[in-house]
Design a protein around this ligand. Sequence first.
Ligand SMILES: *[C@@H]1O[C@H](CO)[C@@H](O)[C@H](O)[C@H]1NC(C)=O
Ligand SMILES: *[C@@H]1O[C@H](CO)[C@@H](O)[C@H](O)[C@H]1NC(C)=O
Ligand SMILES: *[C@@H]1O[C@H](CO)[C@@H](O)[C@H](O)[C@H]1NC(C)=O
Ligand SMILES: *[C@@H]1O[C@H](CO)[C@@H](O)[C@H](O)[C@H]1NC(C)=O
Ligand SMILES: *[C@@H]1O[C@H](CO)[C@@H](O)[C@H](O)[C@H]1NC(C)=O
Ligand SMILES: *[C@@H]1O[C@H](CO)[C@@H](O)[C@H](O)[C@H]1NC(C)=O
Ligand SMILES: *[C@@H]1O[C@H](CO)[C@@H](O)[C@H](O)[C@H]1NC(C)=O
Length: 442
Amino acid sequence: MGLFLSLERSLALMLISLIAACTLSDCYDPLDPNGNITVTFDINQWIPEGYVARVTIQNYYQYRHVDKPGWKLGWTWAKNETILSMAGAFATKQGNCSSFKFQTPPHSCEKSPVIADLMPDALSENKPDGCCHGGLLAAWAINPSKSFSSFEMTIGNLVTNPNVQAPINLTLMAPGPGYTCDLIEDTDPSVYSDIGGKRQLQAYRTWKSTCTYSSFVANQAPICCVSLSTFYNPKITSCPTCSCGCREADKNTVSCIREGYSEPESDSFDNNDIVQCTDHMCPVRIHWHIMTNYVTHWKVKLTISNYNYERNYSNWNVLIQHPGFSQSTTAYSFNSTMLPSFGFSDEVALFWGIEYYNDELLYAEEDKVGAVSTQILLRKDLDSFTLRNGWALPRRIYFNGEDCQMPLPDTFPMLPNVSSSLKPTNPVFLLCIYLTFKRLFT
Ligand SMILES: *[C@@H]1O[C@H](CO)[C@@H](O)[C@H](O)[C@H]1NC(C)=O
Ligand SMILES: *[C@@H]1O[C@H](CO)[C@@H](O)[C@H](O)[C@H]1NC(C)=O
Ligand SMILES: *[C@@H]1O[C@H](CO)[C@@H](O)[C@H](O)[C@H]1NC(C)=O
Ligand SMILES: *[C@@H]1O[C@H](CO)[C@@H](O)[C@H](O)[C@H]1NC(C)=O
Ligand SMILES: *[C@@H]1O[C@H](CO)[C@@H](O)[C@H](O)[C@H]1NC(C)=O
Ligand SMILES: *[C@@H]1O[C@H](CO)[C@@H](O)[C@H](O)[C@H]1NC(C)=O
Ligand SMILES: *[C@@H]1O[C@H](CO)[C@@H](O)[C@H](O)[C@H]1NC(C)=O
């Protein structure tokens, strides 16, 4: 049938595109080459022996968010600085302030303070704008208005003023390890708008550092894998065995303990997951099922399953690279957006949960896993669409910014030789479904 006349892509080509960009290593993410978390210190006021600064943590990662228990920011003071007071966040330790005799005790006298965010319901008389999100930062492509956090601090105990020096050795736990921050450097002063944008205010001095994530530095085992199935072949391609670790031999227990990543200094951030015992041992599995082949469209069911017994994933996101996303795409039960593909031939779509409906991927219970799913309707580009050679299967999938383990192309469910059963479904039927969903969801 002419419907299946389309570009053929060889398995070899696919393999190359899968391997071309390095996966779990220290290299940057080719799908988000500009991603970073930028930390800005704006000095807005000099005071005797010190200054008042506003610190902003801005997440520029398109699809990597900062989850519970939230970020922690640390640095080392260059001189004898002391944090006299802080609003919108707190230093985890006050340290030794015994040399401050006849004044209100400083907030923190630590040489290397560690700052954490306040909860939204924190009782604080002075909450600066953009503070107090419990350390959570949304991904930039999903919710830019919640992708930053700010706090204010008053710094004292400096003799030479305004010859101040930026702190050194910035560290960011977001929440675990994995981020490496550049030197904090002087930059052009930040400019803020005031009076509804009619007036501009300018910081006295601005210091900046960018922090970038590497799963190699995080020493994190893979957290997700991909399984595949199609309507045209009863074969289900499961996740590669040992994708995220191997289950212990002849162990038939229901739950397994899986090491998340090793923590150099324990920060009470325990990352050993208790997961359902599976051959892949991944906390998260993403299943792509090619459901239906219509004349002008095709439909996929995407299911994300949580195999953890104790961990919910709030504000999860899934990134999928597939050439079919160049055409109009409708996800019925997830929010979605297209991302720039940075010169890759295959388009990149980002999916995340709908607030109060499925933005929380719940943990597994005794006999069932927590799961969220959606159907995705894609328009066909008749010049390229084909079910051959696994074309309709995804090229690459990320969960929460982590690359998921894909099955090898030679295990993909293949198109059988007899294609009589593959005739597209009646277009009138399709139109009915399409219009119903359009009315319901747009
Ligand atoms: C950090 O991200 C922003 C926004 O994408 C970008 O403008 C900036 O150049 C990045 N910084 C670095 C050092 O990559
Ligand atoms: C820091 O304080 C100590 C003791 O008060 C003093 O000896 C030292 O010179 C100070 N350092 C700087 C860089 O001001
Ligand atoms: C605290 O600081 C004071 C003065 O700088 C010093 O004398 C004292 O030994 C310090 N105490 C501790 C426990 O480090
Ligand atoms: C900054 O970090 C480097 C590398 O970890 C370390 O060698 C150096 O001593 C640190 N500097 C300060 C002042 O803590
Ligand atoms: C996960 O979510 C469920 C339902 O909202 C909640 O009852 C449970 O306490 C959560 N568990 C964790 C570890 O956050
Ligand atoms: C997600 O979709 C819902 C309804 O479809 C919409 O109300 C919400 O604003 C969307 N959320 C984001 C972050 O785009
Ligand atoms: C499909 O056809 C090819 C050659 O036409 C043949 O080699 C192969 O065995 C067939 N596969 C099945 C499953 O019939």
